[in-house]
Design a protein around this ligand. Structure first.
Ligand SMILES: Cc1cc2nc3c(=O)[nH]c(=O)nc-3n(C[C@H](O)[C@H](O)[C@H](O)COP(=O)(O)OP(=O)(O)OC[C@H]3O[C@@H](n4cnc5c(N)ncnc54)[C@H](O)[C@@H]3O)c2cc1C
Length: 346
């Protein structure tokens, strides 16, 4: 277990914003997990679990607490069941599965982050999300200081949600996840942009590795590489609607899609229609190739990011009446407060 003091959150997160965390503990084995929480208890400090920081933002005043990072790595296979340690790079898990010709997560290629964080917001892309293949997770329960196995049904997965970012936020430290994959290929039709790419490039390989190659190319063309450009990926969630709301939106000529998880409007489309595509607002660039993504080009800190977020929200709310919910999580001194209140969207 490695303990460091006064580490800027900007160095631990891909958006590169945030002042110092009082302590950062890297857990390198299962035994380290309870030790890290004992340390927090001794110091009477709050804790925050961090993976690779690809969906997390710090505040300018930092965090007067302990950030616990899962560094336990490893992937193993038992038939169609893949088990990954929580600190493993998510994309290594996808690569491993594709090499074994297992289908179920190939469309989730190149999503930055750790395997342990993948169930937290039920990562999804190009028609797949992790809930579709999730089997179980080994967790450390901070409430009663015990190791447990949670089954898929315990997670209550929905769009960008699970109990880990709603009702049981901060309660479970995911030490490993198990995914039930299958032999075969993704069913057609694929996601619109994947089908479009296939037509344009005459692709014929739809094996897990083939889809992984296609998705990797689509993503490389439109999404920033967090190593080169500071970003948390999609900054806003898509807007989910009831059937009646969807009907109403269609009457106003707003494109509504029906996916496996309900009716949705692509929030990137709303941002583009509001004339914000490519704009630089308080140092945050609205990615010209995917308007849902904000890139930190020259923000001086969280306050700039918050101003940019609020301006975008106000424009969308005024023009369309939809409230854009923030996707990245914030590290707060008091985890029960939130500056990312949600209303009007699922
Ligand atoms: C360029 C880019 C593209 C992206 N594209 C997508 C995309 O297509 N689809 C998508 O869904 N997301 C996407 N994201 C968001 C991000 O990749 C995912 O949310 C990812 O799962 C974050 O992993 P992480 O390890 O970095 O999580 P972190 O940012 O470190 O943590 C995120 C949340 O998970 C919690 N957490 C982390 N590890 C654990 C653990 N071991 N146990 C319990 N809780 C934990 C944290 O407390 C926090 O609440 C993108 C991000 C970037 C930067």
């Amino acid at each position: 277990m490695r303990i460091r003091e006064n580490i800027p959150i900007s160095e631990l997160t891909t958006m590169r914003i945030g002042g110092p965390a009082r302590y950062v503990i890297e857990v390198e084995s299962i035994d380290d997990i309870p030790k890290a929480y004992e340390f927090a208890k001794e110091k009477s400090l709050p804790t925050f679990i961090l993976g690779k920081g690809a969906n997390t933002i710090g505040h300018d005043n930092g965090f007067d607490g302990i950030i616990i990072i899962n560094k336990i790595c490893g992937i193993r296979q038992n038939g169609n069941l893949i088990t990954a340690q929580g600190g493993e790079e998510w994309d290594n898990v996808v690569e491993y599965a594709c090499q074994k010709n297992l289908t179920g997560i190939e469309a989730l290629s190149k999503i930055p982050g750790s395997a342990g964080a993948a169930p937290v917001q039920n990562i999804g892309a190009y028609g797949q999300d992790i809930s579709q293949v999730f089997d179980s997770a080994n967790v450390y329960d901070i409430k009663d200081h015990s190791f447990k196995t949670l089954q898929k049904s315990d997670f209550h997965f929905s769009y960008r949600k699970s109990i880990l970012n709603t009702s049981e936020k901060n309660r479970y430290f995911v030490s490993s996840i198990a995914l039930k994959l299958s032999i075969g290929q993704m069913p057609r039709p694929f996601y619109n942009s994947v089908e479009r790419y296939i037509t344009e490039h005459n692709c014929t390989d739809f094996t897990p590795q083939g889809i992984r190659n296609i998705v990797s190319k689509i993503r490389a063309d439109k999404l920033p590489d967090p190593k080169e450009k500071a970003s948390s990926g999609s900054f806003f969630k898509n807007v989910y609607l009831s059937e009646a709301e969807a009907k109403n939106a269609k009457l106003k000529n707003i494109p509504v899609y029906q996916g496996h998880d309900g009716f949705k409007i692509n929030s990137g489309w709303l941002i583009e229609q509001a004339g914000l595509k490519g704009k630089l607002i308080h140092g945050m660039r609205i990615n010209p190739k995917a308007s849902l993504v904000l890139i930190n080009e020259s923000a001086t800190g969280y306050s700039d990011l918050a101003k940019a977020r609020d301006e975008i929200r106000t424009k969308i709310q005024t023009k369309f009446g939809f409230y854009l919910e923030q996707e990245p999580v914030e590290i707060l001194d008091n985890p029960n407060t939130s500056s990312t209140t949600t209303k009007g969207v699922k």
